[in-house]
Design a protein around this ligand. Sequence first.
Ligand code: PNS
Length: 161
Amino acid sequence: MKKAIYPGSFDPVTVGHMDLIMRSAKMFDELVVGVLDNYRKQCAFSVEERVEMLEVLTKDVPNIKIKAFSGLLVDFAKQEDAHIIVRGLRAITDFEYELQMAQTNRQIDGGIDTVFLTASAEYSYVSSSAVRELALFGGDYSGFVPCEIMPYIKKGFDGSR
Ligand code: PNS
């Protein structure tokens, strides 16, 4: 059985993430979306909210599981008995960071490989950080996130936190 991990912060999940998740789910028997729960990284959304958003969006796809993880990604992959990590590349600017991360992970555990999927061209400019900025300053982020999670973003940026 081919099982892969698609890890990320998903703060919040975007249409670009969802494109990669759905494409990856067709390539592997099981896809575990790993949501990073890192006390060192300040996120706009709690890990529970980020997991819930992804669960709502993937509820009809049986081979996708959403799981929070903390600590090292390779340890999470081992725990899940997965040997493949999927990451997306939007532009050359992503490459340096992604290459370093993939090589670091291989150095820690040679049994785990990273495969890269190129972002669909129409989503190549989409990022979670852009969504957060737009939401914070009252911009239109509707083209950046799946419509099902608009209420979560509105709630998260309604000025109450
Ligand atoms: O969505 P992001 O923030 O680009 O995802 C980054 C993520 C979660 C894949 C990365 O930060 C990660 O794997 N963190 C876990 C800690 C770890 O394993 N670090 C060593 C690899 S450099």
